[in-house]
Design a protein around this ligand. Structure first.
Ligand code: UD1
Length: 419
């Protein structure tokens, strides 16, 4: 089991961090590359989830090449519309390949891994979107297949809840369908707008907004050239590193507007934050004051992907905070681990918990990550413990944080990763 070790922490971080391209943009964009004559993706982060997407592309009849931060994807003439179960199991978002492979090959299949520690994470809305566009879908055990031998037809797709992935599936499929489509009640996450920019660079006609309107191309797209937006969750995590250690950081390539609710909470807790252009500066106080209530919700509200990191922060601050997780049915895997480190947290049900801040450091312990953001929260907790900590399940962290050891070392954290 791979492990991160944070040594002798409880020290303010300081310096500069350069934020990488967004994982949650690059992943759907790599899937959408299947729709294109070719795709050039700049600022594509080096992450294990991106490697998993590259493997899927390679087995599906595409070449994937990387030069520095730029990746190149091109069809190689082979056809393989079924993504092997082994590759799907590496990454839940492999379902994002279902629609693009369907549009290119007229049929497609992916496998769903079992539930993870965020809850069951169904894909019914992805299938609903495809069926609305005229595809036939079938679920057989873990295998999901779709077919549309005579192409897709534009339609109105009204989502009962604003799922990020289902919105992306709907947009990608509608971009190649015949006729116009509209996605009603879409998710509005900035990563989806970034996907629209990627698709439009290849000739799609998508207008992003409270309703997403798509003029279908009745066929595949042209050459895509796109620069991936900065990762707002990575940015939020480094801001949290400054806040939890009373440190001072300057983030380059980070857009404050995309995480405004998180920044608002850090300010309420006592941090001074300044932003402009693509930079964010944070100067954190020695003592953090807890807000009374925080809940996660779809963009533009507080993102679920920063809830575990916030929980780590709340654990060491002064006061009491009730937290409600509204996106995932079960995203509390970090809590037993934080409690192991001495955090005072009471779970009320699968979605709500109260944190009573210790107003002091956590205890140094060996803990275990059960998903990516849980891992990030536990590393932050290590920064707030006198003698650091060990975080098992380090491979989860590599899914979403590029060069984390190097970036952390540059801001004064002694950290090591053992595979
Ligand atoms: C994406 C992000 C993930 C983030 C999440 C919410 C990527 C690669 N991942 O995940 O980091 O935490 O958005 O911001 O971009 N749901 C259904 N049926 C569906 C699809 C979703 O019921 O067909 C439910 C899910 O179980 C969940 C909620 O909708 O409770 C939100 O999920 P969704 O927005 O789809 O998240 P993902 O796209 O999986």
């Amino acid at each position: 089991m791979s492990c991160f070790t944070v040594y002798a922490a409880d020290m303010p971080v300081s310096g500069e961090v350069s934020i990488s391209g967004a994982k949650n943009s690059a992943l759907p964009e790599l899937a959408a590359a299947v729709l294109c004559e070719s795709a050039v993706l700049e600022n594509c982060p080096r992450l294990s989830d991106i490697e998993a997407a590259a493997e899927i592309l390679k087995t599906s009849g595409f070449t994937f090449k990387r030069t520095g931060e730029t990746v190149f994807v091109e069809p190689n003439g082979k056809k393989s519309a079924a993504v092997p179960a082994k590759l799907c199991g590496k990454m839940r978002s492999s379902v994002l390949f279902l629609a693009p492979l369907l549009c290119r090959f007229g049929e497609s299949a992916v496998y769903m891994p079992g539930g993870c520690c965020l809850g069951s994470r169904p894909v019914d809305l992805h299938l609903y979107a495809l069926e609305k566009l005229g595809a036939k879908t079938q679920t057989n055990g873990d295998m999901i297949s779709a077919s549309a031998q005579s192409g897709l037809l534009g339609a109105e797709i009204s989502l009962p809840l604003p799922s990020v992935g289902a919105t992306e599936t709907a947009i990608m499929a509608a971009a190649c369908a015949k006729g116009e489509s509209v996605v009603i009640n879409p998710a509005l996450e900035p990563e989806i707008e970034d996907l629209c920019r990627f698709l439009n660079s290849a000739g799609a006609e998508i207008s992003f907004g409270r309703e997403i309107k798509i003029k279908g191309k009745n066929g595949l797209l042209g050459r895509a050239l796109h620069r991936v937006m900065p990762d707002r969750i990575e940015a939020g995590t480094y801001l949290a590193a400054a806040a939890i250690t009373g440190g001072e950081l300057f983030l380059k390539n980070a857009e404050a507007g995309n995480i405004a609710p998180f920044i608002g909470i850090l300010e309420d807790m006592g941090c001074i934050i300044k932003s402009g252009g693509k930079n964010i500066y944070i100067d954190a106080p020695k003592h953090l004051y807890l807000p009374e209530y925080v809940e996660t919700a779809p963009y533009p509200a507080f993102p679920t992907d920063l809830q575990p990191q916030l929980t780590a922060l709340l654990s060491v601050g002064d006061g009491k905070c009730l937290v409600r997780e509204n996106i995932f049915e079960s995203r509390l895997g970090h809590i037993p681990q934080l409690k192991k480190m001495g955090a005072d947290i009471e779970i009320h049900d699968e979605r709500t918990f109260t944190v009573r801040g210790l107003n002091g450091p956590l205890e140094s312990k060996r803990v275990r990550a059960c998903d990516l953001r849980c891992g990030a929260a536990l590393l932050l907790a290590g920064l707030a413990a006198e003698n650091g900590n060990c975080v098992d399940g380090g491979e989860y962290i590599l899914r979403g944080y590029e060069d984390i050891c190097k970036k952390m070392s540059l801001i004064g954290v002694k950290i090591k990763y053992r595979a």
